[in-house]
Design a protein around this ligand. Structure first.
Ligand code: AMP
Length: 246
């Protein structure tokens, strides 16, 4: 069984973004692999190490800089990469359609995606890919076991831990607790340079990626008002009461 992992290049989670011309200013800022996708790559590589997967294929949709993100995934242990090259912001539905087209040729037994990309927080791509493929799906997995033609998933919900069995092929999205991604060693970084990355485009895959949404505005959150120090718990209660917070 092959495992496919879609990996998105996003602004690094440590960067404090700035808004310029109603968009996040991406000039000269550090970009990284979406943290949930790192967890997905780690899980896929562990499946391979356990003999449950034969090959791990990583796919990124975006500008050519995404090759760097694919190389990171290859250094973690993925076998080969696919870049679907396109410019500009790509909406989750378009990404899901492109990934569906890649699934048609790659025929993975499992797609392991992130539960959400930390740049747009959509959390839509995995479920839409499952729907387009007509496959089972489990979102926000905190554990994953493959058993022949099925996958057993545990996911955390407000009502407790839910256990699911899915028939493969399926789409599973990763939650933070699934694993801790490995440290990438220098030799593995060097080895990753030799691993193959194929390139394709939306046109070659026959997918229309014209945006369907219009972003009306993007604004930074309002700055927080300065705090005050109170002298006693009583004063705190009085002030909270006066502010209508109690
Ligand atoms: P989103 O629906 O945008 O929150 O993204 C959820 C997940 O879909 C991500 O964690 C990735 O696994 C995958 N994904 C989204 N956008 C891309 C992209 N441009 N390239 C590759 N994978 C993506």
């Amino acid at each position: 069984m092959n495992v496919m992992v879609p990996v998105k290049r996003v602004v690094d989670y440590n960067v404090r973004v700035r808004i310029k011309a109603a968009a996040v200013d991406l000039a000269n800022i550090k970009m990284s692999m979406n943290p949930f996708d790192e967890i997905a790559v780690e899980e896929a590589v562990r499946l391979k190490e356990k003999g449950k997967a034969d090959e791990v294929v990583v796919v990124s949709v975006g500008p050519r800089d995404c090759i760097e993100t694919l190389r990171t995934a290859l250094a973690m242990g993925a076998d080969r990469g696919i870049l679907v090259a396109c410019d500009g912001a790509i909406e989750p539905l378009a990404v899901a359609k492109l990934l569906k087209a890649v699934c048609d040729t790659e025929k993975p037994g499992l797609v392991l995606a992130g539960k959400q990309a930390i740049d747009d927080d959509c959390g839509q791509t995995g479920p839409m890919l499952a729907a387009l493929n007509g496959w089972a799906q489990a979102t926000r997995a905190r554990s994953l076991e493959i058993d022949g033609t099925s996958a057993r998933i545990e996911r955390e919900t407000d009502r407790g831990t839910e256990s699911l069995t899915l028939r493969l092929p399926a789409v599973v999205t990763t939650d933070l607790r699934l694993n801790e991604p490995r440290y990438i060693s220098l030799p593995n970084k060097m080895k990753a340079r030799q691993k193959p990355i194929a390139e394709t485009t939306a046109a070659e895959l026959g997918v229309d990626i014209t945006p369907r949404l219009t972003v009306l505005d993007v604004a930074e959150p309002a700055p927080r008002a300065a705090g005050i120090k109170v002298k006693s718990v009583g004063e705190l209660f009085d002030r909270l009461h006066a502010a209508g917070a109690l």
